[in-house]
Design a protein around this ligand. Structure first.
Ligand SMILES: *Cc1c(COP(=O)(O)O)cnc(C)c1O
Length: 515
């Protein structure tokens, strides 16, 4: 037949399917009629992924970016669709096949962790149930469970009372913490907001996460409002200089919005000396925020929790569960020492959490009162599954394992004649670079980004790169407690071979130029 008409006639079967259980469940919403299809489809996805975990032999297959871009661009997103099974099969081939595998022992780049299986299962649960922990009437037990985990975390910090809320990540936790600090300081000073705002200052160490500066900008502060604190020679914020800086700000008529310290800097894993710094903040009346996105899990380590000594004096703390608690993205929390300080976040909407109700005897425990988000994932469920499954001590041991591994790798690099290494931090990163005799600082700098890119393109190993005091360094972030030291040295050998190849290529090019 050559007819070209596309008019839907009453004989077309499609309209008749509307509103009833489709014979094929493709396109079905998850519900009673589609429960079998849901189970089949997800079992298939889990089986395919399990096979990838069984067989993946490198952090990535080293896909060509232009080819990936072409495949992504050429996928038809406007057609009728290929059905659920085929769509998921396609994703296994396009996404899973070309993904980065953080569990692989040669993945040593960023703060991405391998994930605990009970947490992954809980992630599947919370996605299917689709709870939103904004109001009690949308979550019921979910709200109570999240509150219990906030209390648990506050207790681990050493807060007598404390409160907080789960967030999407450390970036959002830092933003909310500084927002609460801003509101607290403006309330305390009284007077005109417009007059006070230009006088507000955030003090942070030089290696504070960039989200601190961006939060300050989002909160309406000028770029110069973020002042960099002096450090001691080891790179940690210097308590004596903090005292001087606070006094100088007072003298200038400026107002401290917050002192933002870091418990585990992203690059070097340095923990600022929290107890002495907290004492200075306290005597000055300055809000202390501690960004423990990376180092927070040390609270669970028998051997290392002393490194966070003093954290209980912080007014607010950021903890990322999706880093050192081995949770799937996203899972983070902001905690506050004084539960009343969270009130600045509250907004009462008539349709959601009316103010009158919040005061009455029937008040419901609405988490939206404490969050910058409205609709919000029930990420807490993953941490709950983890704590019930393996307990916090096990997480502490896993954190110790990666810190111990970093110490071991650091020792090897110190002994290596062809490598330069920065002093050891407190957590699980190692910063180093290839610099044998005859390679000067500038050449070592030039090699760093090239080595990272060549390794990434090969897919065989992934390392990160960063800059410290103007010089380029390769970075290993060790977050897999199952990784053995020989697996890391294999990556170091790849770094060496790559660097030698680059140097040989450069030497060859130089001789050809002089010909
Ligand atoms: C990772 C990190 C952040 C940002 O957290 P996200 O979860 O990536 O938003 C903030 N601070 C520090 C110290 C970090 O290491």
């Amino acid at each position: 037949m050559t007819t070209t008409t596309t008019t839907i006639t009453p004989l077309d079967p499609a309209p008749a399917r509307v509103g009833i259980a489709a014979p094929s469940a493709d396109g079905a919403l998850l519900g009673a009629h589609s429960a079998d299809h849901y189970a089949d489809l997800l079992h298939g996805v889990v089986d395919a992924l399990a096979e990838r975990f069984r067989t993946v032999d490198a952090p990535s297959v080293g896909p060509d970016r232009a080819q990936l871009a072409a495949r992504v661009a050429s996928t038809d997103l406007d057609g009728a669709g290929v059905g659920d099974v085929e769509a998921l099969r396609e994703l296994d081939d396009l996404y899973a096949r070309n993904a980065v595998w953080f569990h692989h022992p040669a993945y040593l780049a960023h703060l991405n962790c391998p994930v605990l299986i009970p947490a992954v299962a809980a992630e599947a649960m919370l996605a299917a149930v689709n709870t939103s922990v904004d109001t009690y009437d949308q979550s019921l037990v979910g709200t109570l469970m999240e509150r219990r985990l906030v209390e648990w975390t506050a207790g681990r910090l050493g807060y007598a009372a404390g409160d907080g809320v789960f967030t999407s990540g450390g970036t959002q936790s830092n933003l909310q913490a500084l927002f609460l600090a801003r509101e607290a300081v403006l309330r305390r000073h009284g007077g005109e907001r417009a007059e006070l705002m230009p006088r507000l200052r955030v003090l942070a160490g030089p290696a504070a996460h960039f989200s601190i500066g961006r939060a300050a900008q989002l909160l309406g502060l000028a770029p110069e409002a973020v002042q960099t604190l002096a450090t001691t020679a080891d790179g940690r914020v210097d308590p004596e200089r903090l005292a001087e800086d606070l006094a100088a700000l007072d003298a200038a008529g400026d107002i401290v919005l917050a002192v933002a310290l870091t418990a585990g800097t992203t690059d070097q894993g340095l923990i600022d000396p929290l107890r002495p710094l907290a004492g200075i903040c306290r005597s000055h009346g300055a809000w202390l925020h501690v960004d423990a996105a990376y180092g927070g899990a040390l609270l669970l380590s028998e051997r290392r929790r002393g490194l966070l000594d003093g954290i209980a004096a912080a007014d607010s703390v950021t903890v990322d569960f999706h880093k050192t608690f081995f949770q799937p993205v996203s899972s983070s929390a902001v905690l506050v020492r004084d539960p009343a300080s969270l009130a600045a976040t509250s907004h009462h909407a008539d349709y959601l959490n009316p103010a009158a109700e919040a005061l009455g005897p029937e008040a419901e425990p609405n988490q939206v009162d404490k969050s910058l988000q409205t609709t919000r994932r029930f990420d807490a469920l993953k941490l709950w599954a983890t704590l019930r499954s393996v307990g916090p001590d096990r997480i502490g041991e896993m954190v110790d394992a990666v810190c111990d591994l970093a110490a071991q790798v650091h020792g090897l690099l110190e002994d290596a004649e062809d490598m330069e290494v920065l002093p050891r931090g407190d957590l699980s990163t190692v910063l180093f670079r290839f610099r044998p005799a005859g390679v000067d600082e500038e050449e070592a700098d030039r090699l760093v980004p090239l080595i990272r890119r060549i390794l990434m393109q090969s897919g065989r190993a992934m390392v990160a790169r960063t800059t410290v005091d103007g010089r380029a360094w390769l970075k290993l972030t060790l977050l897999n407690p199952g990784t053995r030291v020989d697996e890391v040295t294999a990556v170091l050998d790849l770094v060496r071979a790559t660097a030698r190849g680059l140097l040989a290529g450069a030497a060859l090019a130089a001789t050809e130029e002089t010909r």
